[in-house]
Design a protein around this ligand. Structure first.
Ligand SMILES: Nc1ncnc2c1ncn2[C@@H]1O[C@H](COP(=O)(O)OP(=O)(O)O)[C@@H](O)[C@H]1O
Ligand SMILES: [Mg+2]
Length: 363
């Protein structure tokens, strides 16, 4: 199907790579639009399998399974950025892959991402590629302390990164992460972290949700609050930047952009996620169109929905055993979403609750 083709009709099959909670919530949204989902994931215990009519349990390098999956779906999307490039290319030859392989390549590698942002004149923290301990020592002099050493790929929830506060920390940080390709970033003494979830349709139209103000605990997102307590100028700049990134990637679908807001009021992009984003879960409680429906609309070539917000909201992630308190602790104006994971482990995202505040007019 080319871009000039019309929207996928209800009853079409959406292939989703990845069976975590994001895939699960995408499948629920797709079902509401009359779409079928087919979820592909190597883990038979995937939470998304509970809510999809069709599934494949296979590895991402299993070509016969990938070929059968491609033949069974009308469009392919993904819920995580670590889809191997070879699997993405294999599927993209057979069915429309949205977002495309280029967006995936940029977002799954921190160096490619920073290079892409820099080329597009979007500010990021000073950074350098780190091939060996010698370069790390010289770049620490250049970039200064503290700094954060990260693997270029496969990091999440703070995994694959070490903060270097003094010169003598460098060797241990390098030893812990090497021989994986590494990037060093200046530590940003941020005032706040905010994020924007933006959607871009097949027709190139965009719709952004308002920025969320995010707080992390142990490097894991704990809370997203909307409206973010930032100036309207900062909020517009964040939306403008996220929209510019979506355009520059010729993006189709929903994209998450994480920012640091410096004490001087400057926005730096921390990272981008080519998918629905944890800091956009608030939209399901208080937005006319939520991020999951918006993503399905975009990849199916449907017109985007209105991202306006109807009430103030705080989204709280339920991590580990916090999920167990939900039945008793639930308040009247809270909307829970539990992911149905069999086992709660420390640091594992088990669900979230949206606490709905005062009504506000759509913006
Ligand atoms: N350069 C940095 N300066 C300050 N804080 C950072 C920096 N990099 C990461 N962090 C903190 O760690 C969190 C997770 O890092 P991030 O790069 O977003 O990786 P991921 O979300 O993939 O684990 C960030 O949201 C932020 O709170
Ligand atoms: Mg992050």
């Amino acid at each position: 199907m080319s871009r000039s083709d019309g929207p996928l009709p209800p009853g079409s099959v959406i292939g989703i790579l990845g069976g975590g909670q994001l895939g699960r919530m995408l499948a629920l949204a797709a079902a509401r639009l009359g779409m079928k989902t087919h979820i592909y994931c190597p883990d038979p215990q995937s939470p998304a399998f509970d809510v999809t009519p069709r599934k494949t349990v296979a590895d991402y390098d299993d070509e016969p399974s990938l070929a059968a999956f491609a033949a069974a779906v009308d469009v392919v999307t993904y819920e995580f950025e670590n889809v191997p490039a070879a699997a993405a290319a294999f599927l993209a030859k057979r069915k429309p892959l949205r977002p495309g392989a280029n967006a995936l390549a940029v977002a799954q590698d921190r160096l490619a991402e920073k290079a892409f942002l820099t080329i597009n004149r979007i500010p990021v923290a000073p950074f350098a590629a780190i091939p060996d301990a010698g370069v790390l020592a010289s770049e620490l002099r250049e970039i200064g302390l503290p700094a954060v050493l990260k693997t270029t790929r496969l990091g999440y929830d703070g995994k694959g990164q070490r903060t270097i506060r003094k010169r003598s920390d460098a060797a241990a940080a390098f030893a812990a992460l090497a021989p994986k390709p590494l990037v060093l970033e200046a530590f940003v003494a941020f005032e706040k972290e905010i994020s924007v979830v933006v959607a871009r349709g097949l027709d190139g139209k965009t719709a952004a949700f308002e920025p969320a103000e995010n707080t992390h605990r142990d490097h894991i997102l704990k809370e997203s609050r909307v409206p973010a307590r930032v100036s309207s100028k900062t909020a517009s700049k964040a939306v403008e930047t996220a929209t510019a990134i979506a355009k520059a990637l010729d993006y189709v679908g929903v994209l998450g952009v994480e920012f640091f807001l410096s004490k001087r009021g400057k926005l730096l992009v921390n990272e981008i996620a080519p998918r629905v984003h944890n800091s956009g879960h608030w939209t399901e409680a208080v937005s006319i169109t939520d991020q999951f429906e918006q993503h399905i609309r975009a990849i199916c070539g449907w017109p985007l929905g209105d991202p306006s917000r109807l009430a103030d909201v705080v989204m709280e992630n339920l991590i580990g055993d916090e999920v167990l308190a939900v039945p008793q602790a639930l308040k009247r104006r809270s909307r829970p979403q539990l992911y149905g994971k069999a086992e709660s482990r420390p640091g594992r995202k088990m669900g979230h609750v949206n606490r709905i505040g005062a009504k506000t007019g759509p913006k």
